[in-house]
Design a protein around this ligand. Structure first.
Ligand SMILES: Nc1ncnc2c1ncn2[C@@H]1O[C@H](COP(=O)(O)OP(=O)(O)OP(=O)(O)O)[C@@H](O)[C@H]1O
Ligand SMILES: [Mg+2]
Length: 240
């Protein structure tokens, strides 16, 4: 049914994912209210925002688990808005959902345990293990684009550093990444570009550097006090 609506890029071959005017509801709750953004080939793009902003909803819509009432998702020029989820994976979009728990074979686990032999805290090691499995599982389909939903959630600062290093490495190996995070500080360190989502709308967008320097982002997402920001200019651009 969507074969007829397929089209090719008007905006060049570098654009990998294009999300346009997504409107998603849970019953009467209007969770996404016209969300538009894009991911280019080779990029890490981060979508940051507070609890309930609509980050997971956005990822679930891209991966075909939720259907928008209005709007479109295009991947490599092809409309995938209504494409079944398993076919979306086959097209090259892998997803690591929020807080995923994974069963893994012992041999792989043992291997990873050896990698953690210098560490003492069993709970922390188990947590690392879980994240590594979840990330690896997302990579098994050899995705062109990897969707990551809050990979740093609940991890200790050292583990957060580690997981972000892995994400940057995966990107260097050629996988484009859409990273959803509440940890704006870390996300803006590894991303090329970023979008800020607030209650279902993109309220700010720019390069990661522009957003790191934006007083609004510093105040709302990087936990810096207003007074310290008074002298600084607004670098990031609002969506048009
Ligand atoms: N299954 C659901 N049924 C009803 N409402 C939902 C459901 N899932 C999410 N919502 C609502 O939709 C909005 C967006 O939720 P979403 O989970 O996408 O936010 P999020 O940005 O991922 O938040 P978090 O950082 O807490 O993961 C919120 O108001 C949330 O309460
Ligand atoms: Mg979420």
């Amino acid at each position: 049914m969507h074969r007829s609506s397929r089209r090719t890029w008007a905006r060049g071959p570098r654009m990998l994912l294009e999300v346009e005017d997504l409107n998603v509801y849970y019953g009467a709750i209007h969770a996404l209210q016209g969300v538009s953004f894009s991911v280019d080939q080779g990029e890490i793009v981060t979508l940051i925002g507070a609890n309930g902003a609509g980050k997971s909803t956005t990822l679930r819509t891209i991966s075909g688990l939720l259907r928008p009432r209005r709007g479109a998702v295009r991947f490599r020029g092809e409309e995938i808005t209504m494409t079944p989820a398993e076919q979306i994976v086959r097209l090259g979009i892998g997803q690591v959902p929020e807080g995923r728990r994974i069963f893994a074979p012992l041999t792989v686990r043992e291997n990873l345990e050896m990698g953690a032999f210098t560490r003492k805290d069993p709970a922390e090691i188990a947590q690392s293990m879980e994240r590594v499995f979840a990330t690896a599982r997302g990579l098994m389909s050899r995705p062109t684009l990897l969707l990551l939903d809050e990979p740093s959630m609940g991890l200790s600062p050292i583990m957060v550093e580690e997981i972000f290093r892995i994400i940057a490495e995966i990107n260097l190996q050629g996988t484009s990444i859409l990273l959803v995070e509440q940890n704006a500080l870390m996300a803006l360190q590894i991303a090329h570009r970023a979008y800020v989502l607030e209650t279902g709308r993109i309220v700010l967008q720019g390069t990661a550097k522009e957003l790191r320097e934006s007083s609004k982002v510093k105040e709302a997402y990087l936990g810096l006090p207003k007074e310290a920001l008074a002298a600084e200019g607004e670098a990031a651009v609002s969506p048009d």
